[in-house]
Write a protein of this length. Structure first.
Lengths: 305, 317, 330
């Protein structure tokens, strides 16, 4: 392991070099940056084009592309481009936030299982495998349909417009942490056997300190890879729940819920079914390529090419 | 072996029990309860009536007691009535299960039939252009939203080309075998395309791993032809992990089936669960969800068995 | 031997369960890695533990440090019994026993600066304020021959020898009485070995240290040790002053180890003995002397009675576990 690192080059620099060689991942990173910038600047675009994402104009439904509406209008006469950008904000925000939440859960589970090993490990991994094996989508649909008032959420919050955002983040995070947990657990199991962890035991360090200072910081690579890979899955999950009417609730636009009505409109306005889907697809595949590239860059063993 | 089997069986039962309680509890948290639905259907019910009705149906009892009663009834085969369909739940389940089995079975077969040769081809020449291209397409497969894929297929084959029906199981007023088959094409194609990418990647990874083993090199060194090594020596060993992953993937496949069935108005388990939840059909949703969980658990159990059967190194005591 | 020993090990055994992990683990086999080992170390002494890999020397050293709780037996350190102590009661003991590892690449956390690594034991035990700790760390790094400028750097920026010095500085931080060094120089280039060994010897004098020095390298052992214990299949088979071990071995296994080292075996006219076969697995029990399958001077009792570790004729400090220890056939 030591050849390159001992000569004074840090592991990160090496990883950066390896990542740059991964052209697909580089392109994916660029695509994601562009998508993110466009989504963030959605209000700016709306202002420049003098369009309101929520403005209903029933006299101008199903318009084709025009200078006023670059991608036309939808079934309520709203501008498709602006809604796509606003939808991107929501989808990316939900995807990344939920992936981070999932990453925290998964890291905690994987760290505990990998560090303590034995029965706790067996128990937690059975749980993880069990969740992976379940028919998740129907169960998530149930979770998404739960009446928040019945679990004691105050009505003011339960009825607010943005509650569907938080709810979907929690739900997909609950389903999405398993990838991170497995990867982190595997890496922690190996780290646990390293001499510096043993040395920490030998000096009397407690479990919290060992996990926090010696194991966790050395897990950064697998956590980054697993989190990146789960963003794709989580965006897919969010979009399908929103498509089914159980995720992000209108009038907040998301790429998933913009497709909800697309099926009925497919005969009259096929383009409406195309745009949000292609954006989901491009985003997810970009995150997957990015994760793949990071995995190759950060794991020396993966580069036996 | 038998002790291992028993352990796994008991574990699965335990998971099923936990899941049944969780699902039952979640159902109680759905918006509205049966009495609310009666009130909305009949505005003349007063709030006193509602309270009496709740007591009559035991809805004011603690959750554990209600669950116990339900479980007792369910274990004697009494699954209750569907509110929406006005039929015993059992009568609805069996046909739906059959439909889903047909959809899932066909898609899985097709997906494996494609993934096996393609994955092996990619693994045989790692890091070649072909491998690269296959990897790209497989990544596209795992990244595409299933529902959008379905919409695209409808757009292409039903709207633009007009050659295939966009939904249902047969043309109204009869149709026969070929008509039913035509209705199956798009749903099966959607589910196959959605799963074949992942399957190809499994096969490729497993095959590549196998080809790195020493005995493969030995076989090559002894002068056995590459094709023979690939198909005779490596394939069997590469298949072992693939079989398990396929079975473990069952839950994912079922999720895909739910979406596919919903889009194509295909009367399977997935669509039934979705409709039941959206329509507050508690009894039906409950049983259908449990059945789906049961089927997945059985799938997992079978995967373990298949693994033990295929891999001579594994001996379960 | 005068006064009370710093470390007193009595009938120590360590058993491992092999196989059978997980939630429903039941049938596991047992492996006796350390088998009824007794010895003691005087304050200020360097005791070397030698043997092939698999002889149990590393396990023994880790059992003494309570990193792998012993299965049976007693470990008394400065008069205090360590076996059976809970985590809390072990903490003060851990300050007085420190470890140095073989692989200087694996024993330092790559994500910490050298300063954080050396200062960690102080932080763990809450010794001194932040400033006091910094001062102490700067002192320590100079004690091992590096510069305080190195404190902000990361382990990967150092050579193997330098990294081992960092590990030594970390071990010194808590001013321990006993240092257990497990093959501390065997991963290093030959050219830097003697530097690190001399550093360890210097530190013994300046810091009043006692070493338990685990090694398979007899050249190194001869250089550093006062006494040597030879381990074979989990037992000590010979224990004596370093000179005695090298000039007058009483156990055939020791003889074999010596003959394997060219410059050590020199001067002996008899043909070199080489080991026949592999060491038997520690999983199987051999009746009689455990060395009998590989020994060339066996007689009948070697096959049914296990020899105890007993003083040799004429030198009560020279212990050997061999029926033929007094026959001068080595």
């Amino acid at each position: 392991m030591s050849g390159a690192t001992a000569s004074g080059q840090s592991g990160w620099a090496l990883a950066r070099r390896r990542f740059r060689r991964h052209r697909l991942a580089m392109a994916s990173a660029a695509v994601l940056v562009i998508l993110a910038v466009l989504s963030i600047s959605a209000p700016l675009v709306a202002y420049l084009l003098d369009l309101d994402p929520a403005a209903v104009d029933l006299f101008n439904r199903f318009q084709g592309p025009s200078p006023a509406h670059p991608l036309g209008t939808d079934e309520l006469g709203r501008d498709v481009l602006v809604r796509l950008l606003y939808g991107g904000r929501v989808s990316l925000l939900v995807g990344i936030t939920a992936a981070l939440v999932a990453s925290v859960i998964g890291t905690a589970v994987g760290l505990l299982a990998g560090y303590y090993g034995g029965r706790l490990d067996a128990l937690l991994m059975r749980l993880t495998d069990g969740i992976i094996a379940l028919p998740l989508l129907p169960l998530l649909i149930v979770l998404a349909a739960v009446d928040l008032a019945k679990i004691g959420v105050p009505a003011a919050i339960a009825d607010s417009e943005s509650v569907s955002l938080y709810r979907i983040i929690i739900i997909v995070a609950l389903a999405g942490w398993t990838t991170v947990a497995r990867l982190v657990r595997g890496a922690a199991l190996t780290l646990r056997e390293r001499d510096f962890v043993d040395a920490a035991h030998g000096m009397g360090a407690g479990a919290l300190r060992i996990m926090g200072i010696h194991i966790l910081p050395n897990l950064v690579s697998p956590i980054i890879v697993a989190t990146t890979l789960s963003v794709g899955n989580i965006i897919l999950l969010e979009s399908v729940l929103s498509f089914l009417g159980l995720g992000i609730q209108p009038p907040i636009p998301s790429w998933g819920n913009m497709l909800t009505n697309a099926q009925e409109l497919i005969w009259s306005a096929p383009a409406l079914a195309f745009y949000p889907g292609i954006l989901i697809f491009v985003t997810v595949i970009a995150f997957n390529f990015l994760g793949d590239g990071l995995q190759d860059a950060l794991d020396p063993k993966a580069m036996e090419r | 072996m038998s002790r291992y089997l028993t352990t796994r069986f008991v574990q699965s039962l335990l998971v099923l029990a936990i899941m049944s309680f969780a699902i039952y509890g979640l159902m109680g948290l759905m918006p509205g309860d049966p009495i609310d639905l009666m009130i909305s259907a009949n505005p003349e019910i007063t709030s006193e009536d509602a309270a009496r009705l709740r007591a009559l149906y035991g809805l004011d009892r603690p959750i554990l007691e209600r669950y116990g009663n339900w479980l007792q009834a369910a274990l004697t085969g009494d699954f209750g009535y569907s509110r929406v369909h006005k039929q015993p739940v059992v009568d609805l389940l069996l046909p739906a299960l059959g439909s889903t089995a047909r959809l899932l079975g066909l898609s899985l077969l097709l997906s494996i039939a494609i993934a096996l040769p393609v994955g092996i081809l990619a693994a045989a020449r790692p890091y070649s252009r072909l491998d690269y291209a296959i990897n790209l397409v497989a990544f596209a497969g795992i990244s595409v939203p299933v529902f959008w894929l379905g919409l695209l297929l409808i757009m292409l084959f039903s709207v633009i080309l007009g050659v295939l029906p966009a939904g249902g199981t047969e043309t109204p007023g009869g149709g026969g075998f070929w008509d039913q088959l035509r209705h199956l094409v798009l749903p099966v194609a959607t589910l196959t395309l959605a799963s074949v990418g992942g399957h190809t990647r499994y096969v490729r990874a497993s095959m590549a791993e196998t080809l790195r083993q020493d005995y493969i090199r030995t076989a090559r060194a002894k002068g056995i032809g590459w094709r023979r090594v690939l198909w005779r020596h490596a394939l069997r060993n590469a298949l072992i992990p693939v079989v398990t992953i396929l079975a473990l993937d069952f839950g994912f496949l079922f999720s895909g089936a739910l979406v596919t069935e919903t889009i194509f108005a295909y009367p399977g388990m997935g669509k039934m669960i979705y409709d039941a939840i959206m329509g507050n059909d508690f009894n039906l949703a409950l049983i259908a969800l449990m059945l789906a969980t049961l089927v997945t658990l059985v799938g997992n159990l079978l995967a373990d068995l298949a693994y033990a059967w295929l891999d001579p190194r594994v001996t379960y005591k | 031997m005068s006064g009370e020993a710093l470390l007193e090990v009595r009938d120590l055994s360590k058993e491992f369960r092999v196989g059978g992990e997980g939630l429903f683990a039941r049938d596991a086999r047992r492996l006796l890695a350390v088998n009824d080992v007794s010895f003691s170390i005087e304050a200020g002494e360097v005791l070397a533990l030698v043997g092939e890999s698999g002889s149990g020397k590393t396990t023994l050293s880790r059992a003494i440090a309570m990193l792998e709780p012993p299965t049976r037996g007693s470990v008394r350190f400065q008069g205090q019994e360590l076996t059976g102590l809970g985590r809390r009661n072990l903490r003060p003991v851990r300050r007085r026993i420190q470890l140095i590892y073989q692989d200087p690449y694996g024993s330092l956390n790559p994500r910490l600066t050298v300063g954080a690594i050396i200062g960690e034991p102080l932080a763990v035990h809450g010794i001194g304020s932040r400033d006091e700790r910094q001062f102490r760390v700067a002192q320590l790094i100079q004690d091992v021959g590096l510069s305080p400028h190195d404190l902000a750097r990361y382990p990967h920026q150092f050579s193997g020898g330098q990294r081992q010095r960092i590990a030594i500085a970390r071990a010194l931080a808590l001013e321990p009485s006993l240092i257990i060094a497990d093959e501390p120089v065997s991963a290093l280039d030959v050219s830097v070995r003697s530097q690190v060994l001399n550093l360890l010897l210097d530190l013994r004098r300046s810091h009043g240290l006692t070493y338990l020095f685990v090694s398979h390298d007899l050249t190194v052992v001869r250089h550093i040790a006062d006494r040597v214990a030879v381990m074979y299949l989990g037992r000590i088979v010979e224990l004596a002053q370093t000179n005695e071990i090298f000039n007058n071995p009483r156990h055939p296994y020791t003889r074999v180890l010596l003959d394997a080292v060219p410059e050590v075996g020199r001067g002996k006219r008899r043909p070199r003995e080489k080991l026949a076969g592999e060491p038997p697995s520690a999983l199987e029990q051999i009746p009689g002397c455990a060395f009998n399958p590989r020994c060339w001077i066996t007689r009948a009792e070697c096959f049914h009675t296990r020899p105890e570790l007993e003083p040799a004729l004429g030198d009560s400090s020279h212990l050997a576990a061999c029926h033929l220890r007094n026959e001068g056939r080595l």
